[in-house]
Write a protein that binds this ligand. Structure first.
Ligand code: ASP
Length: 584
């Protein structure tokens, strides 16, 4: 037996027991007569003592130890004279009577402690060392517990966990595919699933009316903090359901997760917000409801008074930042610079101060009467002491820009508390999204999403007006999940493909297998998928999903530890009938 206990479990009640521990040397403090060793495993740290009168071989081994050596120690548990209340084992230590080096270690490139002194690249390259650190261990344990909570709940509701293949054909999420060449079928390629969307729909045709899977998905997109080329979804699908049924069951699921994993309870039902309301009131289809600063439409009030910038604008909107009337010129200039950054893209920022005595002062005083300025401030919800911030331009562009400013203000005001949670459902998404560059409509969710029955009449005449039976689960300004009720009627599906500019041949080529299956008795069905990595980082209170993935890729999509992607041998290329060309 390598150990009788872990390094996290000894307490005062174990005093006088003889125990054997195994783990990594976190730290050695040699005080001459005594040597203290912090022995670490994933359960905690236990202090080991080697004393002057310890057996000579033990003292000799203690003198050799270095950081991250793997050792086994047998000894007696004794009460510590100076207790360490910061660690659970801090009341005791183990006096070593045997000490054995199981393996030596090179000095690690950074310290394996709560805070590492390694930069991002170094930590990624030695990820297995990074994973020894408590913050990452906590993240991995949280992720594990969450996966178990998902399974317990869904199993209890009769969902079956069914695996679907990774070597498939392009799926409809609309990102770029990762492809895999087939040796046995020369010049042909599999696509890795962007999600199991089509397969889970086929499972509905097959009669498995409640399906789920915690599954890897692959999308070849540019990366950001909350994106990875391979990521994990909690993917779910149900038959014989309407939108309400899906929202009901997954709201219960979300409550179960918050309760089981974090001990957080929500009294009220989750808010439901139509997409258009989310856009007009928060400028985002994933509004952060931990704080207010709702937008007001100021177009009617602000237009037509001789201020050219507003007079020419399609839409004028603003919000009141609480308690910011005292912002200095410099602070306001910084906000103006913020909205003018290329990532935000506004042309300028208009402000109104509502002073403590109720008087108003604005950056556009010369174009408006005091009453007109006051009316705008009041419409924005400003109370005395607040600062109204206003942007204008094309409607949705302006709303999106103001959303960036709202989030920035929340950051400056410290309103983005990671331990508070504000979940909601965003519903009634538009079916289609117009793309200026390609001058065509795209499916906002995916092409199997069902339009609202009452909007089907506009499919050909006014596609932009058609709303979908699609919904997103949003929390703290992040889209955690999304899904839709699907189309199960072949004629309607054909009309959607047409609206999306697919020729019947193209639709057949890409999704013929699904359309064909639908001819054999497809039940009404719908579902959704949650981003598991994002859910973990939300629960963990972190911005980035990386620390919740054991072996993530860097921003260039590289695994710097494995050094992947990498070149392959010429013979492998030959087997695949592939010839390489260097990029220009
Ligand atoms: N497959 C969809 C996605 O990945 C989710 C769904 O509609 O169920 O976004």
């Amino acid at each position: 037996m390598y150990r009788t206990h872990t390094c996290g479990c000894l307490r005062a009640c174990n005093v006088n027991e003889t125990v054997t521990l195994a783990g990594w040397v976190q730290k050695v403090r040699n005080l001459g007569a005594m040597t203290f060793i912090d022995l670490r495993d994933r359960y905690g740290i236990t202090q080991i003592v080697v004393e002057e009168h310890s057996p000579a071989p033990v003292r000799a081994v203690a003198g050799e130890l270095g950081r991250e050596y793997v050792v086994q120690v047998t000894g007696r548990v004794v009460e510590r004279s100076s207790k360490n209340p910061r660690i659970p084992t801090g009341e005791v230590e183990v006096t070593a009577c045997e000490l054995r080096i199981l393996n030596r270690a090179q000095t690690p490139p950074f310290t394996i402690e709560e805070q590492s002194d390694g930069g991002d690249d170094l930590r990624m390259k030695y990820r297995y060392l990074d994973l020894r650190r408590p913050p990452l261990q906590r993240a991995m344990i949280l992720r594990h517990r969450m996966a178990q909570a998902v399974r317990t709940f869904l199993d209890g509701e009769g969902f079956l966990e069914i695996e679907t293949p990774y070597l498939i054909k392009s799926t409809p999420e609309g990102a770029r595919d990762f492809v895999v060449p087939s040796r046995m079928n020369p010049n042909e390629f599999y696509a890795l699933p962007q999600s199991p969307q089509t397969l889970k729909q086929l499972l509905m045709v097959a009669g498995y009316d409640r399906y789920f899977q915690i599954v890897r998905c692959f999308r070849d997109e540019d990366l950001r903090a909350d994106r990875q080329p391979e990521f994990t979804q909690i993917d779910c699908e149900m038959s014989f359901v309407e939108q309400e049924d899906v929202l009901e069951i997954f709201e219960r699921w979300a409550r179960h997760m918050f309760r089981e994993v974090l001990g957080v309870e929500f009294e009220a039902p989750f808010r439901r917000m139509p997409w258009i309301e989310a856009m007009e009131r928060y400028g985002s289809d994933k509004p952060d409801l931990r704080f207010g600063m709702e937008f007001a439409n100021l177009t009617a009030l602000a237009k037509g008074h001789g201020f050219g910038v507003f007079d020419d604008a399609e839409y004028i909107t603003g919000f009141a930042a609480p308690g910011c009337a005292g912002y200095t010129r410099k602070q306001i200039d910084a906000l103006t610079d913020f909205v003018k950054r290329p990532q935000v893209g506004a042309r300028g920022l208009v402000w109104i101060r509502t002073e403590a005595d109720g008087s108003v002062k604005s950056s556009v005083d010369k174009f408006y009467t005091t009453d007109q300025v006051r009316a705008m401030a009041e419409r924005s919800g400003a109370a005395p002491g607040d600062l109204t911030l206003i942007l204008c331009g094309p409607k949705f562009k302006t709303l999106t820009q103001l959303s960036a400013l709202r989030i920035e203000m929340a950051r400056l005001l410290g309103l983005r508390d990671p331990r508070r949670f504000a979940p909601l459902w965003v519903v009634d998404f538009p079916m289609f999204e117009w793309d200026e560059d390609t001058q065509r409509y795209y499916a906002m969710h995916h092409p199997f999403t069902s339009p609202k029955p009452e909007d089907v009449q506009y499919l050909e005449s006014d596609p932009g007006r058609v709303r979908a039976n699609a919904y997103d689960f949003v929390c703290n300004g992040t889209e955690i999940g999304g899904g839709s009720i699907r189309i199960h009627d072949a004629d309607l599906q054909a009309r959607i493909f047409r609206a999306l500019g697919f020729t019947p041949e193209k639709a057949e080529e890409q999704f013929g297998f699904l359309m064909n299956a639908f001819k054999f008795g497809a039940p009404p069905h719908g579902g959704l998928a949650f981003g598991f990595d994002r859910l973990c980082s939300l629960f963990g209170g972190a911005e980035s999903i990386r620390d919740y993935i054991a072996f993530p890729k860097n921003n260039a999509g590289r695994d710097v530890m494995l050094d992947a992607p990498s070149a392959i041998a010429p013979e492998q290329l030959d087997e695949l009938y592939l010839r390489l060309e260097r990029p220009e």
